[in-house]
Design a binder for this molecule. Sequence first.
Ligand code: ZN
Ligand code: ZN
Length: 195
Amino acid sequence: MAATVSCADCRTAIAQSQSFFGTDGSTLCARCHAMREAHAQVERGRAAAYEEAAAYRGAVGLVVQAVKRGQADDEATRHHADLAAIRAAGPRAAEPQPCHRCGVAVAPADIHYALDGQTLCRACSITYDAAAERKKIEGNLWFGLALGFSLSFVGVAVVHALGRPPGEKRGALVGAGVGAIFMLVALRVVGAMAR
Ligand SMILES: [Zn+2]
Ligand SMILES: [Zn+2]
């Protein structure tokens, strides 16, 4: 008889001959292996976009870089969420899973998913506020923007030091960049008036 192994991600029993290895050496079923590969592909795309953004130089380049990286982040987040949705739509784990919010055991057919992939029961999914959750994960772009603009790169350092959400970091960087351009323009104007 064929030896079976358990998939590290979904716990499904699979024939050893049909198992795959993850980059971390874990044993995976074909589906989970493809899923991990797809997530890795998204990250490679993000890395490529970052590299491309790094080609922009100067004060304006800094802003362009921040915007391009922000776009790449948004895109990666969307793709990861799409993959999570695809996974959720497919065959599910056979065992009930606890709701991340209220802890009640949820039958596989009734499992709902939060934005970050956490398991939710039906009742919790109804009261789940996706927009608020996204904001909590992403942070407030405008808060970061105001901080970066008013405190320049000190603002950027502050949001990083405080470990603020990615949206705020991005906002602070853009704010600081725009602030730097304003400063350059102001210096030119002052310089021209002093002449
Ligand atoms: Zn699996
Ligand atoms: Zn619940």
